[in-house]
Design a protein around this ligand. Structure first.
Ligand SMILES: Nc1nc2c(c(=O)[nH]1)N[C@H]1C(S)=C(S)[C@@H](COP(=O)(O)O)O[C@H]1N2
Ligand SMILES: [Mo]
Length: 161
């Protein structure tokens, strides 16, 4: 009984360790110090809710933080600074399964567009499930869903040369 309990507690601790590890997002803007965000850190930032159809065509309410705010916190300069060589920057989003996709900063800079790009942590008032991961990119205006990256674990801002 005691051994069983110990085994159970061991599994629980391991599961918690894996879950908390999986929920960390690393955001690296050029040579800036990487920003590490847990799900709890993201919760503290101002959220926005958007309506969007999922891949199956069902309308849902996605809640999260506008991506540009997370990137600005990690050191990305938008607005008036987005000019000249800064326009050769690209944003590489990597998921836990190795899926990757890129964005360009003007696609989510509010000085350039009204179309939201959300780093979502909830849908219809519920936290995202394990298939979605702790963080998912949501693009309500994009007709294809290939950039709705699930299980986002890393975001790099790089410069094309
Ligand atoms: N991590 C990850 N995100 C991903 C993908 C993937 O393979 N891995 N596929 C993309 C594609 S092509 C589509 S159509 C949608 C599907 O979203 P769904 O799984 O919620 O239906 O997820 C996108 N996000
Ligand atoms: Mo897809």
């Amino acid at each position: 009984m005691t051994a069983y309990l110990r085994g159970f507690l061991g599994c629980l601790v391991l599961a918690l360790a894996i879950t908390s590890h999986a929920s960390e997002l690393i955001v690296k803007v050029g040579e800036e110090k990487p920003l590490k965000l847990t799900a709890e850190d993201l919760e503290l930032l101002p959220h926005q809710t958007v309506k969007a159809k999922d891949h199956g065509g069902l309308e849902a309410e996605w809640t999260g933080v506008p991506l540009y705010q997370v990137l600005q916190q990690a050191g990305l300069r938008l607005g008036d600074s987005l000019r000249g060589s800064a326009l050769a920057q690209y944003v590489l989003v990597t998921a836990a399964d190795g899926y990757r996709t890129v964005f360009a900063p003007p696609e989510f800079d509010p000085r350039c567009t009204d179309d939201p790009v959300i780093l979502a942590d909830a849908v219809n008032g519920q936290s995202l499930d394990t298939a979605q991961g702790s963080f998912r990119i949501v693009l309500p205006k994009e007709r294809r869903h290939f950039r709705w990256v699930r299980q986002v674990v890393k975001i790099d801002v790089l410069s094309a040369r």
